[in-house]
Design a protein around this ligand. Structure first.
Ligand SMILES: Cc1cc2nc3c(=O)[nH]c(=O)nc-3n(C[C@H](O)[C@H](O)[C@H](O)COP(=O)(O)O)c2cc1C
Length: 220
């Protein structure tokens, strides 16, 4: 850090300019389930998303079966795997529900009609939407699409979805409350094509509903 705003360090130090192949800095991975035209479920790993209030915004590639399904049928579930499920997520990395496989994906991907079986995961009936939840995921959302906006170059779409219901394994809750206890919840993190557990807790905010005490922050 510079000592004062008037004397910034030279632009070239200490960082170097790079052109990384992806910009996946590190976000939770999730499994998005949708309904195929024949009524069977599709399941795909994804990591591009953010949440504010009850709304989610997902970034989905335009060539996938997932976005094709959502354009026709507006219901979905998101299952958030914990770190120990990373192999199941990786098993879905190079398979698509699209048949035939789009030419741009043909070299690396293959079609599979049953992603749950491919991943070794178990479909679980949802309460409010048609796509199933992923039983093994400790945190599951049922959601409905409210808007789909094409991306600038049409290679992706932004899906705004409203969360209708949240299901949580009691093991990740602060006992006796509706709060997900982040000390009991280990989201799978996807960073530059590597998988991580969430790591060591470093601190928390005074507004946390699960912390037992104010954080040891020296604001001075
Ligand atoms: C960990 C991980 C994260 C991914 N994140 C996204 C994402 O955020 N959006 C997306 O469209 N595809 C993402 N993908 C790629 C899709 O899962 C992949 O293209 C898949 O074939 C889509 O399946 P579908 O065609 O059946 O929808 C990700 C893949 C992995 C393994």
């Amino acid at each position: 850090m510079a000592d004062s705003p008037e004397q910034p360090v030279p632009a070239s130090e200490p960082h170097v300019v790079v052109t990384p192949s992806v910009l996946y800095v590190g976000t939770p991975a999730y499994l998005v389930a949708t309904t195929n035209p024949d009524g069977t479920p599709n399941l795909a790993p994804a990591s591009s998303y953010w949440a504010l209030g009850q709304m989610l915004v997902l970034g989905l590639e335009a060539e996938g079966q997932t976005i094709a399904n959502l354009l026709d049928r507006d219901e979905l579930t998101l299952g958030f795997p914990s770190g120990d499920l990373w192999r199941a997520v990786a098993r879905l990395a190079y398979v698509t529900g699209r048949d035939p496989v789009p030419p741009a994906k043909a070299a690396r991907y293959r079609h599979t009609p049953d992603k749950f079986a491919e991943a070794g995961l178990t479909p679980q009936l949802s309460d409010l939407v048609a796509p199933p939840r992923v039983l093994e995921c400790a945190l599951q959302f049922e959601a409905r699409v409210r808007r789909i906006t094409p991306g600038l170059d049409r290679s992706y779409a932004m899906v705004e979805a409203e969360v209708l219901r949240v299901h949580a394994d009691p093991a990740i809750l602060k006992p006796g409350t509706d709060h997900i206890d982040p000390t009991r919840w280990d989201p799978l993190v996807y960073s530059f094509r590597h998988f991580f557990s969430r790591g060591t807790e470093l601190g928390w905010l005074p507004s946390s509903p699960t912390a037992e005490e104010d954080p040891p922050i020296d604001a001075g």
